[in-house]
Design a protein around this ligand. Structure first.
Ligand code: ZN
Length: 103
């Protein structure tokens, strides 16, 4: 019983941290600036490595605490699901093309 309560607490705590991170990052999609719904915004690692990061820290409060530290180094941004897909797509295209010029 105690373990369940603890899990619930952790979930609420992580959600609170997630919300704080989203507010700190401007609260809107950094690409289209149209989406401001925190429940669908993704926290994106600008330089990649988000999945490896999550694997190291797990997805609980530890992960969000690590993200809070990354905000200060400007390594994070918010993306709505549409822009996230678009960025992923562009990354893939760039990887397979040698004519990339950045941006
Ligand atoms: Zn967007």
């Amino acid at each position: 019983m105690k373990r369940v309560a603890n899990k619930e607490y952790n979930r609420g705590f992580a959600a609170g941290l997630r919300h704080a991170i989203i507010v700190a990052l401007g609260g809107e999609c950094s690409r289209c600036h149209k989406v401001r719904d925190p429940s669908i915004l993704n926290i994106d690692h600008i330089h990649g490595g988000g999945n490896a990061h999550r694997r190291r820290t797990g997805t609980g409060p530890q992960y969000y605490k690590a993200l809070l530290r990354l905000i200060r180094s400007h390594a994070l941004r918010l993306l709505c699901p549409n822009c996230d897909k678009r960025v992923e797509y562009l990354k893939r295209v760039r990887k397979t093309s040698l004519t990339s010029k950045g941006t």
